[in-house]
Each structure stands twice: as C-alpha cells, then as structure tokens.
Design a protein around this ligand. Structure first.
Ligand SMILES: [Zn+2]
Length: 66
C-alpha cells in the first residue's frame, strides 16, 4: 500500500517581495554562488552578498545520472 505524502502550498513571491538574510538581517538583492570542483557534476555554495555567510548548498549530478 502506497504511503500518502502530505502536500503543502508553494506560492510565487509577489513583486517587490525581497528575501532577507537570516544572518545579517539585511535584504538580499541577490545571492552569491560559488562553484566547487567536485569531479562529476557540480556543487554550489550559496552565500549572502552582504555578510558572505552560507545560505545553503546544492549539488547537481551529470545529466546521465538524473
Ligand atoms: Zn547576510
């Protein structure tokens, strides 16, 4: 029997809606991305452009790996 996953609402940000950095509490006009040398695929660190603290990381494998 398949397990039912809960669903959540995801809303598009309205115009003029600016994200705020959780570290320095300043508005983020954009985020800074740094690519990591990871061999296969690409890994990125996402940082605040004001205080340079890390907001998150992401990893994308090669197209053949999904
Ligand atoms: Zn910041």
């Amino acid at each position: 029997m398949a397990r039912r996953l809960p669903s959540i609402n995801i809303d598009e940000a309205p115009a003029g809606f600016t994200p705020v950095c959780p570290h320095c509490d300043r508005e983020l006009p954009g985020v800074v991305r740094q690519e990591l040398d990871e061999g296969f695929g690409k890994a990125y660190v996402w940082m605040c452009g004001n205080c340079r603290k890390v907001l998150g990381m992401s990893h994308r494998k090669g197209f053949w790996m999904g």
